[in-house]
Design a protein around this ligand. Structure first.
Ligand code: PGA
Length: 241
């Protein structure tokens, strides 16, 4: 079931998402947070950093698993999602880095890496709260539109539209990795609660498709209708208003 929180703009979406993450941390200080990268959650991470500095929340016992990582890409490459997470959150809060996890973008054996990551999530007791963005093409994590979807953590080819959308962060489109390690739909469904953040009119089609309620592997976010606790936090532009 998908509940929607309507926000006026990006700032409100960021604050509302941070409120939900913080509520989880207050209720369960050693919670497992599933985290996402991209432009969408940057404002939420800034709110979390501020509230950690102000002593309102502590990450001391929090454990994290990230959704995805470019492949192949080294963790110290400034385009990697490990680098993003360190920069936007982990280096700025009181988290123990040993408790933070991102798929290995240099794994020699991607099948073994997928199995390792899945076992890791299970050993943590699953995910308490998963944060998701949504791609313009309806992808979640890097589960790209297609005839079928993968269940668990795997290596995937990125679609031309994702490579194009993400090229804004690279010197040229040729520098964007063509593959990624990503949690699958089944990995994401291990989360007890999921929040999906969306801002801006370029997300309106994907959000509308998700809210229409029809399941379609060509818009992977539609699968979220099968999960029992999903909260969409979207601004009016992303809701097509
Ligand atoms: P964005 O990416 O936050 O950079 O728009 C979202 C996504 O692709 O999931």
């Amino acid at each position: 079931m998908i509940r929607t929180i309507v926000c006026s703009d990006y700032a409100e979406m960021s604050r509302r998402a941070a409120d939900i993450v913080e509520a989880e941390m207050l209720l369960k200080p050693d919670c497992v947070l599933g985290l996402a990268t991209g432009s969408t959650p940057e404002g939420m991470y800034a709110e979390l950093v501020k509230d950690n500095r102000d002593g309102k929340i502590s990450f001391a016992a929090v454990r994290t698993v990230n959704l995805d990582e470019y492949y192949p890409l080294a963790p110290d490459n400034d385009q990697s999602y490990r680098y993003f997470m360190n920069y936007h959150l982990f280096d700025k809060v009181d988290i123990d880095k040993a408790n933070t996890n991102v798929p290995d973008g240099l794994a020699a054996d991607t099948v073994a890496e997928g199995q390792r990551y899945e076992a890791l999530i299970d050993s943590m007791g699953g995910i308490d709260l998963q944060v998701l963005g949504i791609g313009r093409n309806g992808h979640i994590g890097f589960n790209e539109p297609g005839a079928s979807l993968d269940t668990y953590t795997h290596c995937t080819d990125l679609t031309p539209s994702t490579i194009e959308a993400n090229s804004r962060n690279f010197a040229s489109i040729d520098d964007v990795p063509k593959q990624a390690m990503t949690m699958g739909i089944g990995s994401i469904f291990k989360a007890r609660r999921i929040i999906v953040m969306a801002s801006g009119k370029e997300k309106a089609d994907a959000v509308a498709c998700m809210l229409a309620g029809e399941l379609d592997t060509n818009c992977p976010a539609t699968l979220l209708n099968l999960h029992r606790d999903v909260i969409l936090i979207a601004d009016r532009a992303a809701l097509g208003e």
